[in-house]
Design a protein around this ligand. Structure first.
Ligand SMILES: Cc1ncc(C[n+]2csc(CCOP(=O)(O)OP(=O)(O)O)c2C)c(N)n1
Ligand SMILES: [Mg+2]
Length: 629
């Protein structure tokens, strides 16, 4: 078939689907015949459409022109939207953020080789935070006629497949007839009900345009895997309830897997007389002001969170995977004698010894456990109990510690040669403003992120997205693209450091090109301060984590037509004013805030726990083995 008639045929098909109101309706009404002559690439796009994937973001190359041609026509018919960007890692971040904030799925497309590797790097976020994202990569030809440009230069098959398989699940579409099976594997990963992830569909350059004559469209799979439900009862609920009633100091570690279990958790906390230590991922699940909320814990934890972890004799873990920073590298619970662990994943559920594992969905499992507790008379420990009283006292200490920092919002900084805002004061200003203005906050890595999750005071889920899984610099600014990709528009704020912003400044151009609504707030301490801080704490000196360059971020942003940029000023009031000005612009804006770096403890939010990095490893590991949990 010549290319023009193929394009006409594709466009007609796409228009028939659009006119019918979707693929299912088009098939049911016969507007779209059950069988069609399609290229593999069109079958992939149709298959993803059937799964509800209508957003594509990435960069085309010689390894993906055929996919591009199909997307051109399907977007012309209004079935999909394509967001060309300037960096594949940015594309991965945007797709991941979209899934995270609104639940909408997207596919990242790239060429073969470097573009795919950029996206693969970015997919670490989808893998770490359990967020389903499709990745469509160009791949080497399956006929192996000789080395393809940009393939991994080895005389071996499927090098990219092996790389991708280390990160998530992957499939090479070496044979067009396998498309239904490949799409099912991806569906099971991307739409996994408990822990999604990246799925890599590798498209050899020679099979993308291969014809599937008389392809049966019903072969394109639909239907996500069902949820697991409550953990099975083999006596584990009774054992857990007995242990809980015997314990005197219950701490509940709340991770991302507890997202749908807010009410059950609150009831559980009072039945078990427990206090919660929350992962930054679920900021707001338990309202910040709740008396049993000890806020974050770990090596960048809090006075109250770390107190609860250090003192507890029983740990209830809900939907959490014990990442080093929040778990003090397995030294977080030195007095715990028993663990009740609720998780859908057996590995996570059995992470610690002395565990009663409840392998199931958090909300129904907690409901069942709550029933078990209600059947038993709880010991009279007074109201509030001694444990809760102690914890609330620590929580007050934490609030006083924070207030002290907000009362001294500016410090003299040698680098800036004047008084500038501290990061705590600046982040507090921005996050308070975000809550009042219903903006969604994204946090980039570094001190911005750690100070950020120590500071935020969310009262519901969905106000803060902090990528603590991979802590990927450049995530937050790239995530703003999701505001333009979503069918449910929202205003985004990216809280970023000078280092993180510079990883993915492409958003300045892509954000304007695609009508992002949001603001980039750069907390500029002219260095990668999180690492300078670690170096100084560990070795007494910082090294190679700063430079003396002056960068005019406002001028940089203003160089892009359609972007507005402001200086954030030197006080909390000036920063608030800049935020209001930014919001008044219906598009993307940038605020540059010089912030303090230095030894004054009021310039940071403190470090409270242990971490198995640098020269702390010997002591941390020794303690881990001494605890033996
Ligand atoms: C892509 C990537 N590279 C390196 C790191 C390691 N890292 C973590 S925080 C950080 C410094 C962040 O600097 P900046 O964004 O300026 O924030 P600050 O700590 O100064 O507030 C680095 C290098 C990372 N998390 N991600
Ligand atoms: Mg910095």
């Amino acid at each position: 078939m010549n290319r023009d008639s193929l394009a006409e045929e594709r466009l007609a098909r796409a228009r028939a689907i659009a006119a019918a109101g979707g693929l299912e309706a088009a098939l049911a009404s016969g507007a779209l015949p059950e069988q069609a002559d399609l290229t593999l690439s069109e079958a992939v796009v149709l298959g993803l459409l059937r799964q509800g994937v209508t957003r594509y973001v990435g960069i085309f190359g010689h390894g993906s022109t055929e996919i591009g041609e199909v997307l051109r026509l399907y977007s012309q018919a209004g079935l999909v939207r394509v967001y060309p960007v300037r960096h594949e890692t940015e594309a991965a971040h945007a797709a991941t953020a979209l899934k995270w904030v609104t639940g909408e799925k997207a596919a990242v497309f790239t060429s073969i080789g470097p573009g795919a590797l950029h996206a693969l790097a970015g997919s670490l976020v989808s893998a770490s935070d359990g967020l389903g994202v499709w990745y469509l990569f160009g791949d080497e030809t399956s006929e192996d006629e000789g080395p393809n440009m940009q393939q991994i230069p080895k005389h071996e098959q499927h090098s990219f497949l092996r790389l991708c398989q280390s990160m998530g699940d992957a499939y090479v579409l070496h044979t067009p007839g396998a498309v239904g099976a490949a799409l099912r594997r991806g569906l099971n990963v991307v739409d996994h009900p408990h822990r999604g992830g990246p799925f890599f569909l590798l498209l050899p350059m020679n099979t993308q345009a291969a014809l599937l004559p008389g392809f049966n469209l019903y072969e394109l799979p639909v239907g996500a895997p069902p949820r697991l439900g409550a953990a099975a009862d083999d006596g584990a609920y009774a054992r857990a309830a007995e242990a809980l009633l015997q314990a005197e100091r219950v701490v509940v570690k709340v991770g991302g897997g507890a997202r749908g279990a807010g009410p059950e958790l609150l009831e559980f906390l009072s039945l078990a007389d427990g206090v919660a230590v929350t992962s930054p991922l679920v900021s707001g699940l338990i309202p910040y002001r709740h008396p049993r909320n000890m806020t974050v814990g770990g090596s960048k934890g809090s006075i109250s969170g770390n107190f609860a972890m250090n003192q507890a004799d029983l740990l209830v873990a809900v939907g959490t995977r014990f990442v080093c920073q929040s778990d003090c590298s397995r030294t977080g619970y030195p007095r715990v004698r028993h663990v009740v662990n609720i998780n859908t994943d057996a590995h996570a559920a059995l992470h610690y010894n002395r565990t009663t594992a409840l392998i199931g969905d958090a909300a129904p499992t907690l409901r069942r456990l709550n029933e078990e507790l209600k059947q038993r008379p709880g010991p009279d420990r007074g109201t509030p109990s001694a444990w809760l009283t102690q914890c609330m006292e620590k929580r007050r200490e934490w609030e006083a510690f924070k207030a002290e920092r907000y009362q001294k919002p500016c410090l003299h900084d040698d680098g800036w040669g004047r008084e500038v805002l501290t990061q705590p004061a600046a982040i507090k200003t921005v996050t308070d403003w975000a809550r009042a203005n219903e903006a969604v906050s994204f946090f980039d890595a570094g001190d911005v992120q750690a100070n950020g999750f120590q500071i935020v005071e969310d009262d519901r889920l969905g106000q803060t997205f902090t990528e603590t899984g991979a802590s990927y610099m450049g995530f937050a600014v790239s995530a703003l693209l999701a505001t333009a990709m979503s069918t449910k528009p929202f205003y985004g704020l990216a809280l970023t450091g000078d280092g993180s912003f510079t990883m993915n400044p492409q958003i300045l151009i892509d954000g304007v090109a695609h009508n992002v609504r949001g603001c980039i707030v750069i907390f500029d301490n002219r260095r990668m301060a999180a690492i300078s801080g670690l170096q100084t704490d560990q070795y007494g000196r910082d090294y190679a984590t700063k430079d003396a360059l002056n960068v005019d971020y406002v001028a940089w942003a203003r160089a892009i037509q359609g972007l507005t940029a402001f200086h954030g000023g030197y006080s909390m009031a000036e920063l608030t004013q800049a935020l209001n000005q930014a919001k008044a612009h219906d598009g993307l804006s940038l605020i540059h805030v010089p912030v303090y770096y230095g030894p004054d403890p009021l310039g940071g939010m403190g470090v409270f726990g242990r971490w198995n990095v640098g020269n702390w490893c010997d002591a941390t590991q020794a303690l881990r083995h001494k605890i033996g949990l």
